[in-house]
Design a protein around this ligand. Structure first.
Ligand code: Q9C
Ligand code: ZN
Length: 341
């Protein structure tokens, strides 16, 4: 399988996030993607290619213009205030607060985010732009006829909605790739989000649409981040009703429970008969993941890939989460090898 990868992700390296009330070194760090790339090369998964540049147009098909320009200019504005350390947001427009965009950088950052898991550094814009290009280059290769392509995106994207970032995610790489498929002539695209966390951003972007089916298997939001979306009764709205399927699972779920949800999601995907499938590939479902509570083991990821492959769909794998850095490469590449087998 072809892998699309850019070294630009190294330019995004936040220092701290809030975990259990403490400022903790970011779990979402450059070594994650390095480990996945190293594993792809070690097992000779296939060629590794650099992304092409697609510019802002495909991003603006999914994301709000004000949000995009906020992210583009954020570091420059921050520096203009004499600050040379990481940006983090700290105030959000909650219930009954005004949804008005403030003038200052701290206010805008709160307006365009939903948590403090999104540090912005000097290189963040270049890294998130390249991550989108990695997804779009994979999409272009799929359009040329490849059966499966791996877009080794970093930063990840599935928590980012049209006009807000959060959960280590800035632009929604998978959603941008799905929209590009539609814009190039596809009628229906299915998304299968296997990251441990609910893909709230992707769900939100396509919630009122029937041309993208969104399915997600994740830690139940009653106990797990992102807490405020991802329940089973979220079915879509308007013409999108019936095109959103959430499979929230209990803490401690292992392959026996997880694979039942996967089978259910695959039944919905098969019935939808999409032109292509996008897999939001998070491997934070692993039993030793430091921030998650599922119990998948490394061989389970081979099975996961086989089940996805059995759908017989052209499939773009877009890297999302996974924080057990030593195993993230093995687990992510196992999915791709299972798919190819
Ligand atoms: N107690 C992705 O996997 N908070 N994002 C974790 C743990 C944020 C995960 C707190 C988790 C975001 C792409
Ligand atoms: Zn995750």
């Amino acid at each position: 399988m072809l892998t699309i990868y850019s070294d630009d992700h190294h330019l995004h390296h936040g220092k701290y996030e809030l975990i259990d009330g403490q400022l903790t070194p970011c779990f979402e760090k450059p070594s994650r993607a390095d480990m996945v790339l190293a594993r792809a090369q070690k097992v000779k998964l296939g060629e590794v290619a650099a992304p092409r540049e697609f510019g802002l147009a495909p991003i603006l098909r999914v994301h709000d213009e004000g949000f995009v320009h906020f992210l583009k200019d954020a570091w420059t504005e921050w520096q203009a205030m004499g600050r040379d350390y990481d940006m983090l947001p700290f105030t959000w427009p909650n219930r009954r607060l005004r949804q008005t965009i403030p003038d200052c950088i701290d206010g805008k950052f709160g307006y365009y985010s939903f948590d403090a898991g999104v540090p912005i550094t000097a290189g963040t814009w270049q890294a998130v732009s390249s991550s989108v290009n990695v997804a779009l280059t994979g999409q272009a290769e799929l359009a040329k006829g490849a059966r499966g392509v791996f877009s080794l995106c970093r930063p990840p994207g599935h928590h980012a909605a049209a006009d807000y970032m959060g959960g280590y995610c800035y632009f929604n790489n998978a959603a941008i790739a799905a929209q590009a498929m539609l814009d190039q002539g596809a009628s229906r695209v299915a998304i299968l989000d296997v990251d441990y966390h609910h893909g709230n951003g992707t769900q939100d972007i396509f919630y009122d649409r029937a041309d993208v089916l969104f399915t997600s298997i994740h830690g139940d939001p009653r106990f797990e981040y992102p807490f405020f979306l991802g329940y089973a009764d979220e079915k879509g709205e308007g013409v999108g009703r019936g095109f959103n399927f959430n499979y929230p699972l209990a803490a401690g779920s292992d392959w026996s429970a997880w694979s039942l949800a996967l089978a259910a999601a695959c039944r919905q995907i098969a019935a939808y008969a999409p032109d292509a499938l996008i897999v939001s590939l998070g491997v934070d479902t692993f039993k030793e993941d430091p921030i998650s509570q599922f119990k998948l083991d490394s061989p389970d990821y081979l099975r996961m890939g086989e089940v996805i492959g059995a759908l017989g769909l052209q499939t773009l794998f877009v890297m999302e989460g996974g924080y057990a850095v030593e195993e993230i490469g093995i687990n992510a590449i196992n999915v791709l090898q299972g798919f190819d087998s």
